[in-house]
Write a protein that binds this ligand. Sequence first.
Ligand SMILES: *Cc1c(COP(=O)(O)O)cnc(C)c1O
Length: 407
Amino acid sequence: MDYNAAFEAAIDAVRKEGRYRVFANLKRHRGAFPRATWQREDGSERDVTVWCSNDYLGQGQNPVVIEAMHRAIDEAGSGSGGTRNISGTTWYHNELEAELADLHHKEAALVFSSGYVANEATLTTLYKILPGLIIFSDALNHASMIAGIRNGGGARHVFRHNDLAHLEELLAAAPVNAPKLIAFESVYSMDGDIADIAGTIALAKKYNALTYIDEVHAVGLYGERGAGVAERDGVMDQIDIIEGTLGKAFGMMGGYIAGKAAMCDAIRLWASGFIFTTSLPPAVMAGAAASVRWLKAHNERRIAHQERAQTLMRRFRELGIPVLPSVSHIVPVLVGNPVHCKMISDMLLNDFNIYVQPINYPTVPKGTERLRFTPSPDHDDDMMDELVKAMDKLWSHCNVARMPAVA
Ligand SMILES: *Cc1c(COP(=O)(O)O)cnc(C)c1O
C-alpha cells in the first residue's frame, strides 16, 4: 500500500471539487478588532478587515477579559495540571460554572474543553444514563451533536429542519413510555434562521420529552443578559439542558451545559469526554468568567450588534445581492457554486483587503455555497461602505446572479 499516494488522492478529490481549503494567515492586533495583518505565502503583508469572525462582539479584545487572564496567570500559572478528577479543578473553574448557572438561571453548569466536546460528550452519555432513550434531532444540527447522537448508539429520529409538524409525527409514533429528548439549536449559524423554541417546548411537554438546545451562536448575543434566544423569548426556565460555547461571542474557548444539578452531576460522573481530558487553563476560565459577567451588564453591545447586521443586510438587498432570509446577526450571501465562492473570497482579499472565507461543502449542502458575513458592533460605516462597494463590483465582474433589488 502506497500510503502517501492515498493521502494525495484524498487531497486531490477535494481540490477537484474546488473546495480545497487555504487558511488565511492572520495576525490580529490587540485593541484593533476587526482589523488584522494578513501574511501571504511570499511573506508580504497587508492590513485587512475581517468580516467572518465568530468573536461576534470583539470580546477577545475586551480589556476586562484580557486583564482577568493576566491576573489569573500571575496568580495561578499556566496549565490546569490535569483532568478535573485528578488535579484540574481550580477556583477559576468553579467560579465560571457558578457564573454560567446564574446566566441561565439554572441550578448548575458543567464546563468542557469546547462546545464540540460538550455536545458530543453530553448526548453520548445521556444514552447511557437513560436506557432506551430516543433522541429527536433537527436535520441541520451541528456536526458535534450528530457525532454525540451517533456515538451514543441509541435510537434516533431526524426531523426536517424547524418542522414541528414532522417532529410531532415522529414523537407520536414513538412508544409512549420511552424516554425522549429533542435536540435542536436556537440560531442556525449558516442560514441565520432561528428555531421556534416555545413550539418545541410545547411538544416536549405533550410527549414528556426533555429539551436540549444548542445556543452556541446565541449566548452573549440575545436576551437582556446575553443568555441566548431562550432568554429573549422568555422560555429559558422551560428548557432542560442548555449547551453553549465560550469560544464565540464570549471570545475565549471552552463549552458548557447548564441545567438541573443532578443532570450536570450525572454527566460529570459518566461522560468520558469530560473525565479523561485535561481541563482548560485557569486563565481561560478567568477570562471566560469575566467575559460572561461583563456581557450580562452590557446589553448595548447586543443592540449595536443587531443594528449592524440589519444595516448590512439592507444594503446588500438594495443592490440585489442575494442575502439568504436570515432573522439573526448572520448575513449569509448565496453564491451557489464552490469555484465562484472561492474566487469571490480570494478577490475580496487580494483586491479589496476584505477577509471573508468561502463556506463550502461539507459545512453547507453542495449548490448552496455562500459567503457568511458576521458584522460586529465595531464594523463602522466606512468599513461597511468598502465592503458593499467591493461586493457590488465583484457581483458584476463575476456575473453572479442578483435578486430583484429591494429598496
Ligand atoms: C461552533 C459550534 C459548536 C462547537 O463549539 P466550539 O466551542 O467551537 O467547539 C457547537 N455547536 C454549533 C452550532 C457550533 O456552530
